[in-house]
Design a protein around this ligand. Structure first.
Ligand code: G3P
Length: 215
């Protein structure tokens, strides 16, 4: 499974990049707004830190606007992936980007039918939002399962990018369900490292080592 960091904050990206486990970055208009900077500048800086897919989302809601914004974003760096919303316009623009060999990420996906539409038009990634489904009492992980089955039924190469991940159990379950990528905030990446028995075991090893040095 690939790990993407879901943030626009450069300090977080620099910190996590040192661990060697981050394959890419996803952003969205909310995450970019939190930086207080222009999307173009943020994406350019991220591309200089992480050598992998970097998703940048269009703001336009019409096909022509999405295509012209996406074209500008794609000029920033070859690793930029154009993030499009799951609308009729988004799916229509997606076809243009696929035909022009520009990588895409279809976002705001909440059903396997929406994922199927994205795969049919050649999306590179499809982003089902697990946490937001859980928030309204649905089963976000069941959607990952469904999409995996649908894509495997037809041999679609579109990657399942599990998004809106809120905790480490989401990552484990998305991996078990066969998601290709998990994108997550840095707090969740840090949680993946943690287990109380690791801390307890290490404390006891270090204490035993210290005792042995006294002899
Ligand atoms: O980037 C899309 C997604 O990961 C958003 O997550 O927590 O705002 O639902 P969240």
């Amino acid at each position: 499974m690939e790990f993407f960091l879901d943030t626009g904050l450069i300090e977080e990206i620099k910190e996590a990049a040192k661990w060697g486990i981050i394959d890419g970055v996803t952003t969205n208009p909310t995450l970019i707004a939190k930086t207080g900077r222009k999307q173009q500048d943020v994406i350019k800086e991220i591309c200089a830190i992480i050598d992998g897919p970097i998703s940048a989302e269009v703001i336009a809601t019409d096909v022509d606007g999405m295509i012209s914004e996406g074209k500008e974003l794609a000029k920033i760096h070859p690793n930029v992936v154009i993030k499009l919303p799951m609308t009729i316009a988004g799916i229509t623009a997606l076809k243009w980007f696929s035909d022009n060999k520009i990588k895409t990420n279809l976002t705001l996906v909440f059903s396997s039918n929406q994922a199927l539409l994205a795969a049919k038009n050649g999306a590179t990634y499809v982003s089902p939002f697990i946490g937001r489904l859980d928030d309204i009492g649905h089963d976000g992980m069941a959607l990952i399962d469904e999409i995996r089955r649908v894509f495997d039924n037809y041999g679609f190469q579109t990657k399942i990018l599990a998004a809106s991940i809120r905790h480490s159990t989401h990552v484990r379950d998305a991996a078990l369900a066969g998601a290709d990528v998990s994108t997550m905030p840095i707090s969740v990446v840090k949680a993946l490292f943690m287990h109380p028995l690791t801390d307890k075991g290490l404390a006891s090893f270090l204490a035993d080592h210290a005792k042995s040095q006294l002899k």
